[in-house]
Design a protein around this ligand. Structure first.
Ligand SMILES: *[C@@H]1O[C@H](CO)[C@@H](O)[C@H](O)[C@H]1NC(C)=O
Ligand SMILES: *[C@@H]1O[C@H](CO)[C@@H](O)[C@H](O)[C@H]1NC(C)=O
Ligand SMILES: *[C@@H]1O[C@H](CO)[C@@H](O)[C@H](O)[C@H]1NC(C)=O
Ligand SMILES: *[C@@H]1O[C@H](CO)[C@@H](O)[C@H](O)[C@H]1NC(C)=O
Ligand SMILES: *[C@@H]1O[C@H](CO)[C@@H](O)[C@H](O)[C@H]1NC(C)=O
Length: 394
């Protein structure tokens, strides 16, 4: 990759984000099928090669080819490239002071098209964005499931009607169909999800390419702010996401029924269990406990299936004489297939004896049907767990 560095803010008819490249940059250096670039001045006199006329080999200098094709002068400027299937042969010619070379079969190739007129990125287009305060709904890129337009820009503020939080689940996500942008999603089309009511809040996720988040996103408070910025010229399907505003019932912290057996034995299961230490014995203050098989179970978990939606607002753990957990993490699922880690895999300290109860409050509560406790560390070789879930019905 040959980048001069960062995103350029260009004064054209309005502000427009573009990638800045060098005279040496070849189409092979750039991932994407259609994109606009800012060519620097003084590419005419460089020695970078250009192969072809009208259609150029992918190892040709983009900016020199652009002068050859009459798209820009030696002063540089914005060019728009379309990558295409290669040709069996390429014609050489002299145009606009540049001599290109003939070449044999080469794949892929590129050609130029007129650059689009940008819409300002500092104003939100009418087609998208807005202030949403329904308890559920969806947000999509403009024109979804059709392709969005270059330089589309949208902002949504999602607000829960009462104290609570927002969840956002991406059902469909394809911003460029490639890995372009790297882990940080620089220099490419992005969806950014923030805590709070604007871009000043903490970033919950920055998304790009065809990489939807692996878990449902959630805010910690009543507001979530989402931006969509199409910085490249490519047109892609974009995204469809469903949000839910979760409002918490008052007084949501009673025992959900492990100790008092309202939760039945069949609702409890585990990755493994020793004889006489079955999953269903993991009940707070119960006579026995759950114990997994340390010798063979490398990723132990205990699952409680609440069968209907519940808010889980706290967890109490307890060991049993001879052994206890010293730390765990929590995962939850509404379908039993996709499990999300609470707090991004937050580690909860557990017990230091077989008797006392350790309690942790989950803030904000999880709205879920199933919960799993994943033991991470334990005392000796005897990981025993008794527990209770706190919360309320959802
Ligand atoms: C998405 O939201 C729009 C407007 O609120 C609604 O008309 C449409 O039915 C929703 N689509 C889906 C698939 O939920
Ligand atoms: C993303 O969309 C592009 C353009 O429609 C398509 O070519 C590509 O296959 C899609 N990628 C994925 C992963 O769906
Ligand atoms: C956004 O949130 C901040 C902090 O909670 C608040 O001070 C500000 O008034 C809010 N702005 C809007 C436009 O609601
Ligand atoms: C939870 O129990 C319900 C009802 O028995 C069942 O349909 C569902 O598949 C269970 N979920 C999981 C994650 O096991
Ligand atoms: C366990 O609880 C008892 C009674 O509350 C207390 O005296 C004791 O110090 C606790 N043990 C630990 C290790 O915290």
């Amino acid at each position: 990759m040959v980048w001069t560095g960062s995103v350029l803010l260009l004064a054209m008819t309005s502000l427009l984000f573009l990638e800045s490249v060098q005279c040496s940059t070849e189409a092979d250096d750039i991932d994407g099928t259609t994109y606009s670039l800012q060519c620097p001045p003084d590419c005419r006199d460089t020695t970078y090669y250009v192969y072809g006329t009208g259609t150029y080999t992918s190892d040709s200098s983009i900016c020199r080819a652009a002068i050859h094709d009459g798209r820009v002068t030696d002063a540089g400027g914005v060019v728009t490239v379309v990558v295409t299937a290669g040709l069996d042969s390429y014609q050489g010619s002299t145009q606009n002071g540049i001599t290109s070379t003939a070449w044999v079969s080469w794949d892929p190739a590129f050609y130029f098209v007129a650059s689009p007129t940008p819409t300002p990125t500092n104003s939100v287009s009418q087609a998208c964005g807005g202030s949403l305060d329904q308890t559920t709904g969806n947000i999509t890129s403009p024109n979804w499931p059709g392709l969005y337009e270059p330089f589309d820009s949208c902002e949504w503020l999602i607000t829960a009607p009462a104290e609570g939080y927002i969840t956002l689940n991406f059902i469909s996500f394809n911003l460029t169909g490639s890995n372009f942008g790297g882990d940080g999603c620089q220099l490419t089309d992005t969806v950014t999800v923030y805590e709070g009511n604007g871009t000043d809040g903490d970033v919950i996720a920055t998304l790009c390419a065809a990489r939807p988040p692996s878990v449902m996103l959630r805010s910690s408070g009543r507001h979530m702010f989402v931006t969509f910025r199409a910085k490249r010229v490519g047109r892609y399907p974009g995204f469809f996401a469903v949000y839910n505003a979760v409002s918490l019932p008052a007084d949501c912290g009673y025992a959900l029924g492990l100790e008092n057996r309202q939760i039945e034995d069949a609702q409890m299961s585990a990755s493994s269990q020793l004889p006489n230490y079955e999953a269903w014995k993991a009940r707070l203050n119960g006579g026995i406990a759950w114990q997994f098989d340390v010798s063979s179970d490398s990723e132990p978990w205990l699952q409680v299936n609440l069968t209907t939606n519940h808010y889980v607002s706290g967890v109490q753990t307890q060991g049993r004489w001879g052994g206890w957990l010293t730390s765990y993490m929590i995962k939850y699922s509404t379908d039993g297939l996709t499990w999300s880690a609470f707090g991004d895999g937050m580690v909860f300290p557990a017990n230091s004896d077989g008797v006392n109860i350790t309690q942790h409050i989950l803030d904000p509560p999880i709205l879920t049907t199933s919960v799993r406790i994943y033991p991470l560390t334990w005392n000796g070789n005897v990981p025993r767990l008794r527990m209770e879930l706190l919360g309320c019905t959802g």
